[in-house]
Design a protein around this ligand. Structure first.
Ligand code: NAD
Ligand code: UD1
Length: 352
């Protein structure tokens, strides 16, 4: 069985769908701090399969122990964490406490229970300002905000754990910019409040929830002056986890980092133009000052994941836009409209 922490969230839920479709049995633990149980009914609808769900905090050691005692867990996919850069600057302790404790407590319980296979959700943000592009896994780690620092610290802890005991097999997956949604339009990214990230902002402008996009600077050293990023379809990312899971037992190093991106960068203006091409909807925008902490360009060297995991992204930008838009237009308010159906449809077990 695979334990998925944060499995009700954006990337976790898409990965759970892929795991179920590949025949894995899945247990989700999520405290729903940034998600909703409604996603569980949607996963069931897509896959026709049940997951076992625990509404619990990963920092709750007793609860984790009880879950590991009750189920034979072979590997853990650890998505649970807080992820908003701006909030992490305002509340650094919250980010360090939640993200670091969750990982340390998880590791402690895994070790106790002799479960040594772990896939960790890291981020391209650990690289900070790129010293050279494309970013390879050997690039210096130099995060520029508390969220990124919490990821870099968790990576260090996982490296140290790997060095402490050769039984550990740990993959650090450094995601670039996940966008898109499952092709069913049933699950997708549902940010609370005004989105921080480009694609959900664009789709919310297109659906009429927001008036116009602010482009954060058009004076970068890029093809058109706007920021360039490596956008990756969330379903490609999900498949990357399955590839890493498959490889884990054969991984020669105890802890190994992989970039998960396409290797291609697109500017903000290119993304807007692709969006209009795909949907025929114009996105009104204004150019404003640069956002603090933003870099001009960020895209990856995706070769290591291709060589060692036999994985590469297959979706193109127009696919990503099509799927982001399908999700947003079918669910203008995210998951909030279908909450009443939740409790009858999935299996939830109390632990005491
Ligand atoms: P998300 O917020 O949608 O999902 C995270 C889930 O973890 C949520 O369901 C939340 O309720 C849960 N959670 C948080 N703290 C928890 C705790 N202590 N105990 C139990 N559950 C907890 O975020 P996402 O976009 O799906 O990201 C998943 C992971 O990938 C995160 O670790 C994030 O930092 C990382 N990541 C995300 C991106 C991105 O752009 N979305 C990029 C790079 C890395
Ligand atoms: C953000 C996070 C980063 C995280 C990544 C993936 C910040 C500072 N960084 O990075 O830690 O790993 O998401 O989730 O939040 N843009 C606009 N207008 C908007 C929104 C974005 O012009 O309203 C621009 C940005 O300046 C950037 C590009 O769009 O050039 C992409 O932005 P975004 O989606 O927020 O991702 P990142 O900046 O890469």
């Amino acid at each position: 069985m695979i334990l998925v922490t944060g499995g009700c969230g954006y990337i976790g839920s898409h990965t759970v769908v892929c795991l179920l479709e590949a025949g894995y049995e899945v247990i989700i633990i999520d405290n729903l701090v940034n998600s909703t149980e409604v996603v569980l009914t949607k996963i069931k609808k897509i896959t026709g399969k049940e997951v076992v769900f625990y509404k619990e905090d990963v920092c709750n050691k007793q609860a984790l122990r009880a879950i590991f005692t009750k189920h034979k867990i072979d590997a853990v996919l650890h998505f649970a964490g807080l992820k908003a850069v701006g909030e992490s600057c305002a509340k650094p302790l919250l980010y360090y406490a939640n993200n670091l404790n969750a990982t340390m407590i998880l590791l402690e319980v895994m070790q106790e229970m002799n479960c040594y296979q772990l896939i960790f959700s890291s981020s391209a943000t650990v690289y900070g300002e790129p010293q050279q592009l494309p970013l390879s896994e050997t690039h210096v780690i130099a995060p520029t905000n508390p969220y990124g620092s919490s990821k870099a610290m968790q990576e260090q802890i996982l490296l140290d754990m790997g060095a402490s005991n050769a039984l550990w097999k740990i993959a650090l997956l450094r995601y670039f910019n996940p966008i898109g949604a499952h092709q069913s339009g049933l699950i997708g990214e549902a940010p609370s409040g005004i989105p921080n990230n480009l694609m959900p902002y664009v789709t919310q402008v297109a659906v009429g929830k927001l008036a116009k996009l602010s482009i954060f600077g058009n004076d970068y050293q890029t093809l058109d002056g706007t920021g360039v990023r490596d956008y990756i379809h969330v379903m490609d990312l999900a498949q990357g986890h399955l590839a890493a899971l498959d490889k884990l037992p054969k991984q020669s190093q105890a802890t190994r980092a992989y970039n998960l991106g396409t290797g291609y960068g697109y500017s903000v203006l290119q993304v807007i133009n692709f969006f209009t091409q795909e949907t025929s909807i114009e996105i009104p925008y204004q150019v404003v000052d640069r956002r603090d902490g933003d870099v001009a360009s960020c895209y990856c060297d995706a070769q290591r994941a291709k060589n060692e995991l036999n994985w590469q992204a297959k979706y193109k930008m127009l696919d990503m836009i099509k799927d982001s838009w399908r999700w947003q237009s079918l669910n203008p308010d995210g998951y909030s409209c279908s909450k009443q159906n939740v409790h009858t449809r999935f299996k939830s077990i109390n632990i005491d």
